[in-house]
Design a protein around this ligand. Structure first.
Ligand code: XIL
Length: 555
């Protein structure tokens, strides 16, 4: 039964029931849900699907849902290189044109996916030498983008896809290996040359939250923009899985890209789960769909969300992730799932997405304070749907997001006062109020307790004086330091010699305490590297005392 006819069953039933006295209890909604596209449009967003041309041509249920629920479409495979230019110079657009025609008939916008990718690209491209490959890339982009450049519904392109490794380095694809990193800017310039007003995007997976890969993408987009390379949008694929955490800090990630002046879009959303599914995995799926939709609704820079298909009947998941599936919002028989309701609610049909924040964490306590770190623990928050993580705030700014209810904050400066608080968030991006605040003053540095160590050597001494050289400062922490401060106690009657005294440090004395700070040229030390300084001092004739109490702190 198609969804459209299923939708009208309750209305027909009401008419029939009007003259009867029986009461029917039904789990069907009494009123048909407002289509996703209507709700999204009211919020100024698109809600899209990845189109498969075969059921689009052959299955009424597929066509009905595709046309009535979505106002945007991305051809799932039809615009990839192996579909559009299977052999050099022979361009084929049959399936792409079919999707575009359906989109036009149903008042949908089209996103072109994808021009330059290491996958689904024919062997003939991969075997070219550098100059031939660059020409082939430019020719491909000119032809594919050019074909739709004057079509007002084809509005955007994934120019490059999946150029990063998980650690943020560039993927060693045949593109990179043959052309170097410059292929990225070249591809964007070629796309702009072919279409003066299309939105040109970079797209990748595992970049929804804040992590090494998304940070690399952020840096690349910033760099491309600073060079005047035409880049307009960033795509977060959003292939999520219930056995993994919801990506952390999605809202913050969207916000930082928005700050670069690019559009953001969630381009390939699906939420797979191990099979067989159960109530728990299905509930998690609903939360994840809600979380992504809310993340888009929460930012004016987000143009919309595309779901990677809509029916489990044609999802790429079972074929790619064996043992997993049920990733989409309609089941294999075209019935809307709870995930559909989650998306529908989040888009705002009046039943409401999850807008309830978790309760504030309680009893934040600090322990194990060192010169550079502190342990924090707190009582767990509760939430109507579920807490998905905690933000650790240092002096009001988030410095970490963690899953559990304790953490060790590192990288602190010695002898410094900090204020810590934590807050909880849920999958929909609702933040709790802050916990109680704890104030922590880190211990002084020195003795290898964190930050830096100091070791002083007496080079020579005589009856009324001595030279301390080298006094070695080492970065004993795990991150670079940019400045260090050594303090020590000068015995009574001793004075520093020279004006200014000493070398390779700036000395100041206050009573018997001497402070030696780095010069401009020797403050920066990577972990386990060291620098030296020294000084000469005078002491009363016959006095054998030497300075003591050396301590080092770093920042
Ligand atoms: C997938 C399609 O869904 C499959 O039908 C095809 O066999 C392989 O590609 N990232 C992308 C998409 O950018 O193009 C991929 O689509 C899924 C991962």
């Amino acid at each position: 039964m198609s969804v459209r006819s299923r939708r009208f069953v309750p209305l027909a039933a009401l008419t029939l029931l009007a003259g009867l006295t029986v009461t029917v209890v039904t789990t069907e909604p009494a009123v048909a849900a407002t289509p996703l596209r209507t709700l999204a449009a009211a919020k100024g967003k698109f809600i899209g699907y990845a189109a498969n041309p075969t059921p689009l041509a052959n299955e009424t249920a597929y066509r009905t849902i595709a046309g009535s629920e979505f106002n945007q479409v991305t051809p799932e495979n039809a615009l990839k290189w192996d579909a559009t230019e299977p052999s050099q110079g022979n361009f084929t657009f049959g399936q792409a044109d079919q999707v575009v025609a359906f989109a036009r008939a149903n008042n949908q916008i089209v996103h072109g996916h994808t021009l330059v990718w290491h996958s689904q690209t024919p062997g003939w491209v991969q075997g070219l030498n550098a100059s031939a490959m660059r020409i082939a890339m430019q020719n491909h982009i000119a032809n594919v983008v050019g074909r739709y450049a004057n079509d007002p519904i084809v509005q955007s392109w994934d120019v490059v896809n999946e150029v990063f490794n998980e650690d943020g380095t560039l993927r060693q694809s045949f593109w990179f290996n043959t052309l170097g990193s410059g292929f990225i800017a070249d591809a964007f310039r070629a796309a702009r040359a072919a279409d003066s007003d299309a939105k040109l995007c970079i797209n990748d997976y595992n970049v929804e939250g804040v992590n090494a890969k998304s940070t690399a993408m952020f840096n690349l987009v910033q760099s491309l923009k600073s060079q005047g390379v035409p880049i307009d949008c960033v795509g977060f694929q959003s292939h999520l899985a219930t056995q993994f955490s919801f990506p952390s800090q999605v809202t913050q990630n969207v916000a930082r890209f928005a700050g670069l002046g690019v559009q953001v879009r969630f381009t390939e959303l699906d939420v797979r789960m191990p099979l067989p599914s159960n109530d728990s995995t299905r509930a998690t799926q609903n939360q994840y769909y809600t979380g992504i939709v809310n993340a888009c609704l929460g930012s004016a820079a987000c143009s919309g969300v595309t779901i990677w298909g809509f029916t489990d009947k044609y999802s790429w998941v079972p074929g790619t992730f064996p043992g997993q599936g049920e990733a989409l919002i309609y089941d294999a028989n075209y019935n809307p799932k709870a995930a559909y309701t989650a998306v529908n609610s989040a888009l705002g049909d009046g039943t409401g997405g999850d807008t309830s924040p978790p309760t504030a964490p309680t009893n934040l306590t600090a322990s194990g304070v060192t010169s550079s770190s502190v342990n924090l623990s707190w009582g767990a928050s509760s939430d109507n749907v579920g807490v998905t993580g905690y933000d650790v705030l240092r002096n009001g700014s988030t410095v970490a997001t963690v899953a559990g209810t304790s953490t060790t904050v590192t990288g602190l400066s010695a002898s410094t006062a900090y204020q810590f608080a934590v807050r909880a968030h849920d999958a929909a991006g609702n933040n709790s109020a802050n916990s109680n605040t704890v104030s922590v003053t880190t211990l002084p540095g020195g003795g290898g307790g964190g930050g830096c160590s100091v070791a002083a050597t007496v080079q020579s001494q005589w009856n009324n004086g001595y030279v301390l050289q080298p006094i070695t400062v080492m970065n004993t922490g795990s991150s670079p330091i940019t400045s260090w401060t050594v303090t020590f106690t000068l015995p009574s009657g001793h004075t520093l010699v020279g004006s200014p005294p000493g070398w390779n440090a700036v000395f100041t004395a206050s009573g018997s305490t001497v402070t030696a700070k780095n010069m401009s040229y020797n403050g920066t030390l990577s972990p386990f590297s060291s620098t030296t300084f020294g000084f000469q001092a005078a002491r009363p004739d016959g006095n054998t005392a030497l300075p003591s109490g050396y301590a080092c702190s770093a920042s």
